[in-house]
Ligand binder design. Sequence first.
Ligand SMILES: [Zn+2]
Length: 336
Amino acid sequence: MDGMSPIQLDEFDHLPPALATVSARDLRSVFPNPTLIRLEGRHKQPVALGVMLHGDEVVGLAVLKRLQAWMKSHPLPRSLIIFVGNVFAAEAGARKLPDRPDYNRIWQDGPEPEHALGQRVLAAFDAADPFAHIDLHNNTGANPHYCCVHNERPDTLQLASFLGPLAMYTHNPPTMFSNSRASRIPAVTAECGQPGEVDGEEAGFNLVMAALHLDHFRGAPDLDLTVFEVTGRIEIAADASFGFAHGIEADLELPPKLENWNFFERPAGSTFARRLTGRQVMTVYDDDRNDVTDRFFRIEGDRVILVKDATPAMLTMSEAAIRADCLGYLMEKRGG
Ligand SMILES: [Zn+2]
Protein backbone atom coordinates (compact mmCIF):
# COMPACT_ATOMS: atom_id res chain seq x y z
CA MET A 1 0.00 0.00 0.00
CA ASP A 2 1.26 3.43 -0.96
CA GLY A 3 1.11 5.55 2.15
CA MET A 4 0.66 8.85 0.37
CA SER A 5 -2.45 8.11 -1.70
CA PRO A 6 -5.88 8.23 -0.05
CA ILE A 7 -7.00 5.04 1.67
CA GLN A 8 -10.16 3.56 0.21
CA LEU A 9 -13.08 3.05 2.57
CA ASP A 10 -15.49 0.31 1.45
CA GLU A 11 -19.10 0.07 2.62
CA PHE A 12 -21.26 -3.00 3.27
CA ASP A 13 -24.87 -3.38 4.41
CA HIS A 14 -24.44 -7.01 5.52
CA LEU A 15 -21.85 -9.41 6.93
CA PRO A 16 -20.43 -11.33 3.93
CA PRO A 17 -20.87 -15.15 4.17
CA ALA A 18 -17.11 -15.66 3.63
CA LEU A 19 -16.50 -13.86 6.93
CA ALA A 20 -17.55 -17.03 8.77
CA THR A 21 -14.32 -18.88 8.05
CA VAL A 22 -11.79 -16.16 7.24
CA SER A 23 -8.61 -15.78 9.29
CA ALA A 24 -7.15 -12.40 10.25
CA ARG A 25 -4.29 -13.01 7.83
CA ASP A 26 -6.79 -13.54 5.00
CA LEU A 27 -9.15 -10.77 6.10
CA ARG A 28 -8.51 -8.82 2.91
CA SER A 29 -10.16 -11.61 0.89
CA VAL A 30 -13.39 -10.43 2.54
CA PHE A 31 -12.53 -6.80 3.29
CA PRO A 32 -9.81 -5.64 0.84
CA ASN A 33 -9.83 -2.17 2.41
CA PRO A 34 -10.90 -0.60 5.69
CA THR A 35 -14.67 -1.04 5.72
CA LEU A 36 -17.84 0.44 7.17
CA ILE A 37 -20.63 -2.07 7.76
CA ARG A 38 -24.17 -0.91 8.53
CA LEU A 39 -26.58 -3.55 9.86
CA GLU A 40 -30.18 -2.62 10.47
CA GLY A 41 -31.92 -3.66 13.67
CA ARG A 42 -35.21 -2.98 15.44
CA HIS A 43 -34.00 0.15 17.24
CA LYS A 44 -32.55 2.39 14.55
CA GLN A 45 -30.04 4.26 16.74
CA PRO A 46 -26.99 2.02 16.32
CA VAL A 47 -24.29 0.66 18.54
CA ALA A 48 -20.95 1.74 17.02
CA LEU A 49 -18.25 -0.91 16.93
CA GLY A 50 -14.54 -0.76 16.12
CA VAL A 51 -12.74 -4.00 15.21
CA MET A 52 -9.21 -4.83 14.05
CA LEU A 53 -7.77 -1.36 14.54
CA HIS A 54 -4.74 -3.35 15.59
CA GLY A 55 -4.09 -6.03 12.99
CA ASP A 56 -2.95 -8.73 15.42
CA GLU A 57 -5.78 -8.21 17.93
CA VAL A 58 -8.19 -10.72 16.51
CA VAL A 59 -10.95 -10.53 19.13
CA GLY A 60 -12.94 -8.10 16.97
CA LEU A 61 -12.97 -10.54 14.05
CA ALA A 62 -14.02 -13.36 16.39
CA VAL A 63 -16.88 -11.22 17.76
CA LEU A 64 -18.08 -10.41 14.22
CA LYS A 65 -18.14 -14.14 13.44
CA ARG A 66 -20.14 -14.88 16.60
CA LEU A 67 -22.50 -12.06 15.73
CA GLN A 68 -22.97 -13.44 12.23
CA ALA A 69 -23.78 -16.90 13.59
CA TRP A 70 -26.17 -15.45 16.19
CA MET A 71 -27.99 -13.37 13.56
CA LYS A 72 -28.94 -16.56 11.68
CA SER A 73 -31.55 -17.26 14.34
CA HIS A 74 -32.13 -13.85 15.96
CA PRO A 75 -33.23 -10.47 14.62
CA LEU A 76 -30.88 -7.65 15.59
CA PRO A 77 -32.45 -5.77 18.51
CA ARG A 78 -30.60 -2.59 17.54
CA SER A 79 -28.73 -1.37 14.47
CA LEU A 80 -24.94 -1.59 14.25
CA ILE A 81 -22.37 0.56 12.52
CA ILE A 82 -19.01 -1.22 12.39
CA PHE A 83 -15.58 -0.01 11.35
CA VAL A 84 -13.21 -2.79 10.25
CA GLY A 85 -9.87 -1.05 10.65
CA ASN A 86 -6.33 -2.01 9.76
CA VAL A 87 -6.85 -4.91 7.33
CA PHE A 88 -3.35 -4.23 5.95
CA ALA A 89 -1.75 -4.88 9.33
CA ALA A 90 -4.01 -7.93 9.79
CA GLU A 91 -2.61 -9.36 6.57
CA ALA A 92 0.90 -8.83 7.96
CA GLY A 93 -0.05 -10.32 11.35
CA ALA A 94 1.07 -7.10 13.02
CA ARG A 95 -0.37 -4.40 15.26
CA LYS A 96 0.35 -1.80 12.55
CA LEU A 97 2.37 -1.55 9.37
CA PRO A 98 5.97 -0.39 9.79
CA ASP A 99 6.31 3.35 9.16
CA ARG A 100 2.53 3.85 9.05
CA PRO A 101 0.40 5.30 11.86
CA ASP A 102 -1.21 3.14 14.53
CA TYR A 103 -4.95 2.97 13.69
CA ASN A 104 -5.79 3.66 17.32
CA ARG A 105 -3.85 6.96 17.19
CA ILE A 106 -5.45 8.57 14.13
CA TRP A 107 -8.73 9.94 15.51
CA GLN A 108 -7.84 13.60 15.39
CA ASP A 109 -7.02 15.68 12.35
CA GLY A 110 -3.50 15.03 11.09
CA PRO A 111 -1.27 14.97 8.00
CA GLU A 112 -1.39 11.28 7.03
CA PRO A 113 -3.87 9.46 4.75
CA GLU A 114 -4.85 7.45 7.85
CA HIS A 115 -6.03 10.68 9.54
CA ALA A 116 -8.18 11.49 6.51
CA LEU A 117 -9.63 7.97 6.69
CA GLY A 118 -10.37 8.55 10.38
CA GLN A 119 -12.18 11.79 9.64
CA ARG A 120 -14.37 10.05 7.02
CA VAL A 121 -15.23 7.28 9.48
CA LEU A 122 -16.02 9.80 12.24
CA ALA A 123 -18.31 11.72 9.89
CA ALA A 124 -20.18 8.49 9.05
CA PHE A 125 -20.41 7.56 12.74
CA ASP A 126 -21.65 11.05 13.65
CA ALA A 127 -24.28 10.89 10.92
CA ALA A 128 -25.49 7.56 12.32
CA ASP A 129 -25.90 9.17 15.77
CA PRO A 130 -24.80 6.09 17.76
CA PHE A 131 -26.22 5.02 21.11
CA ALA A 132 -22.89 3.72 22.41
CA HIS A 133 -19.37 3.09 21.13
CA ILE A 134 -17.30 -0.06 21.70
CA ASP A 135 -13.77 -0.60 20.34
CA LEU A 136 -12.62 -4.23 20.70
CA HIS A 137 -8.97 -4.95 21.50
CA ASN A 138 -6.59 -7.56 22.89
CA ASN A 139 -3.71 -7.08 25.34
CA THR A 140 -0.09 -8.12 24.86
CA GLY A 141 0.41 -9.47 28.38
CA ALA A 142 -1.82 -11.48 30.69
CA ASN A 143 -4.56 -9.21 32.07
CA PRO A 144 -8.13 -9.72 33.19
CA HIS A 145 -10.77 -8.28 30.87
CA TYR A 146 -11.35 -4.58 31.46
CA CYS A 147 -12.65 -1.48 29.71
CA CYS A 148 -10.76 1.74 29.22
CA VAL A 149 -13.07 4.66 30.00
CA HIS A 150 -12.42 8.36 29.49
CA ASN A 151 -14.94 9.78 31.93
CA GLU A 152 -16.95 8.49 34.88
CA ARG A 153 -20.45 9.33 33.76
CA PRO A 154 -23.00 6.70 34.87
CA ASP A 155 -23.80 5.72 31.27
CA THR A 156 -20.13 5.19 30.46
CA LEU A 157 -19.59 3.09 33.58
CA GLN A 158 -22.71 1.04 32.90
CA LEU A 159 -21.42 0.23 29.42
CA ALA A 160 -18.00 -0.71 30.87
CA SER A 161 -19.62 -2.99 33.47
CA PHE A 162 -21.06 -5.16 30.67
CA LEU A 163 -17.55 -6.50 30.00
CA GLY A 164 -16.65 -7.18 33.63
CA PRO A 165 -15.97 -5.64 37.04
CA LEU A 166 -12.77 -3.74 36.13
CA ALA A 167 -12.30 -0.43 34.35
CA MET A 168 -9.33 1.79 33.70
CA TYR A 169 -9.85 5.54 33.61
CA THR A 170 -7.49 7.20 31.14
CA HIS A 171 -7.65 10.50 29.25
CA ASN A 172 -4.63 9.83 27.09
CA PRO A 173 -4.12 9.62 24.26
CA PRO A 174 -6.87 11.85 22.79
CA THR A 175 -6.20 10.26 19.40
CA MET A 176 -7.68 6.92 20.58
CA PHE A 177 -10.90 5.90 18.80
CA SER A 178 -12.99 5.58 21.97
CA ASN A 179 -11.56 8.77 23.47
CA SER A 180 -12.54 10.73 20.36
CA ARG A 181 -16.18 9.68 20.99
CA ALA A 182 -16.32 9.87 24.77
CA SER A 183 -17.53 13.46 25.10
CA ARG A 184 -20.59 12.62 22.96
CA ILE A 185 -21.72 9.14 23.92
CA PRO A 186 -20.82 6.27 26.27
CA ALA A 187 -17.58 4.99 24.73
CA VAL A 188 -15.19 2.26 25.85
CA THR A 189 -12.17 0.39 24.61
CA ALA A 190 -12.75 -3.23 25.62
CA GLU A 191 -9.51 -5.08 26.40
CA CYS A 192 -10.50 -8.73 25.96
CA GLY A 193 -7.40 -10.65 27.12
CA GLN A 194 -4.76 -11.97 24.76
CA PRO A 195 -5.43 -12.78 21.08
CA GLY A 196 -7.07 -16.17 20.53
CA GLU A 197 -8.41 -16.62 24.07
CA VAL A 198 -11.94 -17.97 23.78
CA ASP A 199 -13.15 -16.47 27.07
CA GLY A 200 -12.06 -13.04 25.87
CA GLU A 201 -13.99 -13.49 22.64
CA GLU A 202 -17.03 -14.54 24.62
CA ALA A 203 -16.68 -11.53 26.94
CA GLY A 204 -16.39 -9.18 23.95
CA PHE A 205 -19.43 -10.75 22.30
CA ASN A 206 -21.44 -10.52 25.54
CA LEU A 207 -20.53 -6.84 25.86
CA VAL A 208 -21.79 -6.14 22.34
CA MET A 209 -24.93 -8.21 22.99
CA ALA A 210 -25.65 -6.32 26.22
CA ALA A 211 -25.31 -2.97 24.44
CA LEU A 212 -27.52 -4.16 21.57
CA HIS A 213 -30.24 -5.29 23.98
CA LEU A 214 -30.10 -2.20 26.21
CA ASP A 215 -33.10 0.05 25.78
CA HIS A 216 -31.62 3.04 27.60
CA PHE A 217 -28.83 3.79 30.05
CA ARG A 218 -29.73 4.13 33.70
CA GLY A 219 -29.26 7.50 35.36
CA ALA A 220 -27.42 6.29 38.43
CA PRO A 221 -24.68 3.73 38.74
CA ASP A 222 -25.55 0.63 40.73
CA LEU A 223 -22.67 -1.43 39.54
CA ASP A 224 -20.07 -3.87 40.67
CA LEU A 225 -17.31 -1.91 38.96
CA THR A 226 -13.89 -0.91 40.26
CA VAL A 227 -12.36 2.01 38.40
CA PHE A 228 -8.59 2.49 38.40
CA GLU A 229 -6.70 5.50 37.12
CA VAL A 230 -3.35 5.16 35.40
CA THR A 231 -0.92 7.38 37.27
CA GLY A 232 2.39 6.09 35.93
CA ARG A 233 3.88 4.54 32.82
CA ILE A 234 6.98 2.40 33.41
CA GLU A 235 9.69 2.56 30.77
CA ILE A 236 13.05 0.84 30.56
CA ALA A 237 16.01 2.71 29.07
CA ALA A 238 16.67 1.72 25.45
CA ASP A 239 20.29 0.75 26.17
CA ALA A 240 19.50 -1.24 29.31
CA SER A 241 19.48 -5.02 29.60
CA PHE A 242 16.82 -6.83 31.60
CA GLY A 243 15.48 -10.29 32.31
CA PHE A 244 12.87 -12.24 34.25
CA ALA A 245 14.92 -14.81 36.16
CA HIS A 246 16.94 -14.78 39.36
CA GLY A 247 20.70 -14.80 38.89
CA ILE A 248 20.72 -13.26 35.43
CA GLU A 249 23.38 -10.78 34.35
CA ALA A 250 21.59 -7.62 33.36
CA ASP A 251 20.94 -4.08 34.48
CA LEU A 252 17.49 -4.98 35.74
CA GLU A 253 16.03 -8.18 37.19
CA LEU A 254 12.23 -8.40 37.03
CA PRO A 255 10.07 -11.11 38.65
CA PRO A 256 9.58 -14.34 36.66
CA LYS A 257 5.77 -14.09 36.88
CA LEU A 258 5.51 -10.34 36.43
CA GLU A 259 2.31 -10.52 34.37
CA ASN A 260 0.49 -12.17 37.29
CA TRP A 261 0.63 -8.81 39.06
CA ASN A 262 -1.72 -7.18 36.56
CA PHE A 263 -4.76 -5.75 38.37
CA PHE A 264 -3.54 -7.05 41.74
CA GLU A 265 -2.53 -4.41 44.25
CA ARG A 266 1.14 -4.41 45.25
CA PRO A 267 1.65 -3.07 48.76
CA ALA A 268 3.92 -0.22 49.80
CA GLY A 269 7.28 -1.66 50.88
CA SER A 270 7.24 -4.60 48.47
CA THR A 271 10.07 -5.23 46.03
CA PHE A 272 9.26 -4.53 42.40
CA ALA A 273 12.63 -5.19 40.73
CA ARG A 274 16.39 -5.38 41.35
CA ARG A 275 19.04 -3.06 39.96
CA LEU A 276 21.95 -5.43 39.43
CA THR A 277 24.43 -2.87 38.07
CA GLY A 278 23.27 0.09 40.12
CA ARG A 279 22.18 1.94 37.00
CA GLN A 280 18.89 3.84 37.07
CA VAL A 281 17.25 2.24 34.01
CA MET A 282 13.56 2.08 35.02
CA THR A 283 11.65 5.36 34.89
CA VAL A 284 8.02 6.16 35.68
CA TYR A 285 6.33 8.96 33.71
CA ASP A 286 3.01 10.69 34.27
CA ASP A 287 0.60 11.73 31.49
CA ASP A 288 2.61 14.87 30.84
CA ARG A 289 5.92 12.98 30.53
CA ASN A 290 7.16 14.24 33.89
CA ASP A 291 9.57 11.84 35.59
CA VAL A 292 7.60 10.69 38.66
CA THR A 293 9.79 7.69 39.51
CA ASP A 294 10.36 8.96 43.07
CA ARG A 295 6.60 9.07 43.71
CA PHE A 296 6.45 5.29 43.20
CA PHE A 297 9.87 3.78 43.89
CA ARG A 298 12.80 4.10 46.26
CA ILE A 299 16.08 2.17 46.25
CA GLU A 300 17.30 -0.03 49.10
CA GLY A 301 20.58 -1.75 48.23
CA ASP A 302 19.83 -3.33 44.87
CA ARG A 303 16.07 -3.47 45.47
CA VAL A 304 13.54 -1.18 43.80
CA ILE A 305 10.76 -0.82 46.38
CA LEU A 306 7.26 0.58 46.03
CA VAL A 307 6.76 3.62 48.26
CA LYS A 308 2.96 3.44 48.01
CA ASP A 309 0.25 0.91 47.23
CA ALA A 310 -0.11 0.59 43.47
CA THR A 311 -1.91 -1.73 41.08
CA PRO A 312 0.03 -2.63 37.92
CA ALA A 313 -1.68 -3.17 34.58
CA MET A 314 -0.54 -4.24 31.14
CA LEU A 315 2.80 -5.41 32.51
CA THR A 316 4.28 -7.48 29.73
CA MET A 317 7.20 -9.90 29.53
CA SER A 318 7.50 -9.48 25.76
CA GLU A 319 10.85 -7.82 25.11
CA ALA A 320 9.56 -6.52 21.76
CA ALA A 321 6.54 -4.88 23.41
CA ILE A 322 8.71 -3.41 26.20
CA ARG A 323 11.22 -2.03 23.69
CA ALA A 324 8.53 -0.65 21.36
CA ASP A 325 6.17 0.67 24.02
CA CYS A 326 6.69 0.22 27.76
CA LEU A 327 6.95 -2.31 30.58
CA GLY A 328 3.45 -1.50 31.81
CA TYR A 329 1.46 0.94 33.92
CA LEU A 330 0.82 1.73 37.57
CA MET A 331 -2.71 2.56 38.67
CA GLU A 332 -4.45 3.86 41.73
CA LYS A 333 -8.12 3.33 42.69
CA ARG A 334 -10.52 6.16 41.89
CA GLY A 335 -12.65 7.57 44.65
CA GLY A 336 -10.88 5.49 47.27
ZN1 LIG B 1 -5.24 -2.65 20.59
